[in-house]
Design a protein around this ligand. Structure first.
Ligand SMILES: [Zn+2]
Ligand SMILES: [Zn+2]
Length: 170
């Protein structure tokens, strides 16, 4: 996967939200938690992850680029709340009552457990092909090469060329 470049303005918007929410939490809790490390290297369909022991938040750069402010408003408080809950309460269920309290009473945002983003662009798709004897799953990359007539794939068992079994990704 190629690294995704996040425009500076978007990175600044992320930092603004993070600092604002952290300051809000520190004021409400009477604490002095430092700014978490922020990395843009979350892959797959997760919007973000909170690394409790590292005090680190990893964001999905593709979903950030696609959803911008909506992503920021939703994912930053969500992941920050995970970090704060771990510091304040230790080991508790990830989206339990402590997390909900942190979200709603401390950070002042609705406590939604899951994110509502369209994830089709970051899903790993496979495409169903067939030869004469069985079905095969081709990656999106190989499927595109077939569509562009750049490659042909053969079944190792029967030796026949693979053809799309249908247009539906599985
Ligand atoms: Zn969560
Ligand atoms: Zn075959």
């Amino acid at each position: 996967m190629k690294p995704v470049r996040i425009p500076i303005a978007l990175q600044q918007a992320v930092m603004r939200c993070l600092r604002e929410k952290l300051q809000q939490a520190n004021q409400q809790l009477g604490t002095d938690h430092p700014e978490p490390v922020l990395l843009y290297q979350q892959r797959g369909t997760s919007a973000g992850t909170a690394w409790l022991d590292r005090w680190e938040i990893r964001l999905n750069p593709v979903l950030l680029l696609e959803n911008e402010q909506r992503f920021i408003d939703e994912v930053i408080p969500h992941e920050l709340a995970h970090l704060l809950v771990h510091r304040v309460f230790g080991r508790v269920p990830p989206h339990g009552k402590q997390w909900q309290w942190m979200m709603e009473s401390v950070l002042g945002v609705p406590a939604r457990r899951t994110h509502q983003f369209e994830v089709t662009s970051v899903q790993s798709k496979t495409f169903l092909y067939q030869c004469g004897c069985q079905h095969h799953e081709l990656t999106l990359r190989r499927h595109n090469r077939v569509l562009r007539n750049e490659a042909e794939y053969r079944c190792r068992r029967c030796g026949r060329t693979l053809h799309p079994a249908g247009d539906t990704p599985t």
